[in-house]
Design a protein around this ligand. Structure first.
Ligand code: ATP
Ligand code: MG
Length: 397
């Protein structure tokens, strides 16, 4: 007999949010519904700090949805559970069928029971003891270990049914997507910026992306690599509009008219100005970059002070205090690393100065900027912008 199963998602930090909590809950539930729609017909309901996801028919792909739910921010724990009626007979029957295969090969276990319906005739420790007894009889060699169990079984008697499960998995954590507003990620083809986008999305920002290209100095394949990175981020961010702006003429003007040592910094000033305009156009309250202090010449304290000074909105740099190894660890976890290391050129590596300024004085940088018609160049670059929308599933709405 095929057990009736649901997916249970436990909230993380949002349970602490007091009066704003229901808003966070509905954002989370809405995101889960959007993802669930791709995998078939599901009922997605929120109650008692948990979202219940229940297949409506046999066609619904619960395995696929389960994997996807592991990448939804705002959830700390995810588990599949068998549903039993709210009486001890049914709970024991379901437990005897459902749990032994999950505990096969395990040596020790513990049962925790929770009863949010206080009218249920047995108290939690009594429920736990009964189910423990069932398992000891059903799985050979299995022992109870209350302190350090290999497997953690839970029985939850809730409003409408009882749920039985083993070994809850860790969820993605963080805050629900979009609950903190929207941020514009400066997305290059490198390792750092996808990680920065992931980190800020985890804090609840909806991610919009801006990529700078420099055709013909950068290739179509370099741009496709950035789109591939956006696709990877969509596993967590669901949908990302990627705006693309051409810096070709700006770079040529800087090369022809400015002192080489200032080239990178000047380029970054143009990038930040365009980013601010793009952020405002698409209602983003912050710019996000993958900068890490002292990683390269343009990321010294003084250089960052220069790039910060040309925009009037928060610039989030979540990688600022991480070293490369730590950033790589995250990029492997979110599966962007293998794409990031593909060897295509980036606009930042076109015309790089031999001796970039690491301790720039802002007056000198601004004097160099005077040598080009910055406003006209910015306007022309802005006009070059086009947008591609990437989504986790083609039918994500
Ligand atoms: P990453 O930092 O992503 O590994 P990178 O090291 O090539 O790429 P840096 O020179 O360190 O890039 O640039 C610092 C930050 O500037 C990047 O993390 C990214 O946010 C932004 N940036 C650099 N190049 C581009 C680009 N072509 N388009 C958009 N943003 C860019
Ligand atoms: Mg970098």
């Amino acid at each position: 007999m095929k057990e009736k199963e649901v997916i249970l998602c436990k909230f993380g930090e949002i349970v602490l949010k007091g009066a704003n909590r229901s808003g966070f809950e509905s954002m989370l539930t809405r995101e889960l519904r959007r993802r669930a729609a791709h995998f078939g017909a599901f009922r997605v309901e929120c109650a008692q700090s948990t979202v219940y996801i229940e297949p409506k028919d046999d066609m619904a792909d619960i395995d696929g949805l389960y994997e996807s739910v592991l990448q939804v921010f705002g959830i700390v724990g995810v588990t599949r559970a068998a549903v039993a009626e709210k009486n001890m007979e049914s709970i024991k029957e379901v437990a005897a069928r459902y749990l032994p295969p999950l505990l096969a090969g395990k040596r020790t276990f513990r049962v925790d029971a929770k009863r949010s319906d206080k009218n249920f005739p047995l108290k939690s420790p009594e429920i736990a003891a009964e189910i423990g007894g069932v398992l000891l009889g059903a799985v050979r060699g299995l022992r109870v270990d209350l302190h350090n169990p290999e497997s953690m079984v839970r029985v939850e008697v809730r409003d409408h049914a009882a749920y039985i499960h083993a070994d809850q998995q860790k969820g993605a954590g963080g805050m629900p997507l979009r609950s903190a507003g929207r941020g514009l990620l400066l997305l290059s083809g490198g390792i750092d910026s996808p990680v920065a986008g992931f980190m800020m999305a985890k804090r609840g920002l909806e991610i919009e992306a801006l990529h700078f290209e420099s055709f013909p100095y950068t290739s179509e394949r370099a741009k496709e690599k950035v789109m591939a990175l956006a696709d990877k981020l969509c596993a967590y961010c669901s949908r990302i509009h990627v705006h693309v702006i051409s810096l070709t003429h700006i770079q040529e003007a800087l090369r022809d008219q400015c002192e080489e040592d200032y080239f990178t910094l000047l380029l970054r000033i143009f990038m930040m100005r365009l980013a601010e305009r793009c952020a405002k156009q698409y209602s983003c309250g912050a710019i996000i970059t993958g900068e890490s202090l002292a990683q390269v010449a343009s990321q010294t304290l003084k250089a960052i002070a220069v790039t910060d000074s040309v925009v009037n909105m928060p610039v989030f740099r979540p990688c600022i205090g991480l070293d490369k190894e730590e950033i790589i660890t995250v990029s492997r976890k979110i599966d962007t690393y293998d794409t990031s290391i593909l060897p295509y050129e980036d606009c930042c590596t076109v015309f790089t100065p031999r001796h970039p300024r690491t301790q720039p004085e802002i007056e000198k940088v601004m004097a160099q900027l005077e040598k080009v018609d910055a406003d006209a160049l910015l306007e022309e670059a802005w006009e070059s912008m086009y947008t591609e929308t990437r989504t986790i599933f083609e039918d994500y709405r």
